[in-house]
Design a binder for this molecule. Structure first.
Ligand code: HEM
Length: 159
């Protein structure tokens, strides 16, 4: 890679990584201020796993309550509200045949709020809906994609 390529990659990480992360953390603060029972549960979990120790990757993986809180924040307030794709060649999508050059927009935020996928409480903050993992709550449908989507299906809790 040239020095220019490296600089461009750094800029991409800055733009793609900065606002997404800060928005997620801001909404997490707002929702935990509104739902103090979840704030207490998260605090208890963090204290029981880390105590006075510095966080490390293994311990971060053991944060179950914090994880389902973050899943639910990213469901209600996905920083990337729309996902776009374009067809390079004629493409079949369900019953549709799309010619080359079509721009597709998947409105992440509408799918994440759709009662058809999430139930009548779709607009409510309920981290417990993720208690058994993403694939369970979505019934393996593509109804949760805060980080976008690739061809492979969701496995376990990885999103
Ligand atoms: C809560 C945090 C984040 C969220 C919700 C998020 C969400 C997304 C979404 C929705 C996309 C579009 C994916 C697609 O079109 O399929 C994306 C792409 C991308 N994100 Fe993030 N992101 C987050 C954090 C970060 C961070 C921290 C970095 C880097 C340090 C990053 C780097 C990128 C890059 C480089 C792409 C473009 C990938 C490509 O087009 O090949 N993101 N992100």
């Amino acid at each position: 890679m040239s020095m220019d390529d490296v600089i461009e990659e750094c800029k991409l990480f800055y733009f793609a990584g900065q606002e997404t992360t800060s928005n997620t953390l801001s909404w997490t603060m707002v929702l935990l201020a509104q739902h103090q029972n979840w704030q207490s549960r998260a605090r208890e979990e963090v204290l029981s796993i880390f105590g006075n120790n510095k966080p490390d990757f293994d311990s971060l993986n053991r944060l179950k309550v914090v994880t389902i809180i973050l899943y639910e924040v990213l469901r209600l307030y996905p920083p990337g509200t729309i996902l776009t794709r374009s067809t390079e060649k004629e493409t079949k999508l369900g019953n549709l045949t799309l010619p080359a050059g079509v721009e597709l927009a998947m409105p992440t935020i509408l799918v994440h709020h759709d009662p058809e996928f999430w139930g009548d409480d779709a607009k409510d903050f309920k981290p417990e809906r993720f208690a058994e993992g993403v694939s369970k709550v979505t019934k393996n449908q593509v109804s949760y994609f805060p980080f976008g989507w690739a061809i492979q299906p969701l496995s376990g809790d990885h999103v």
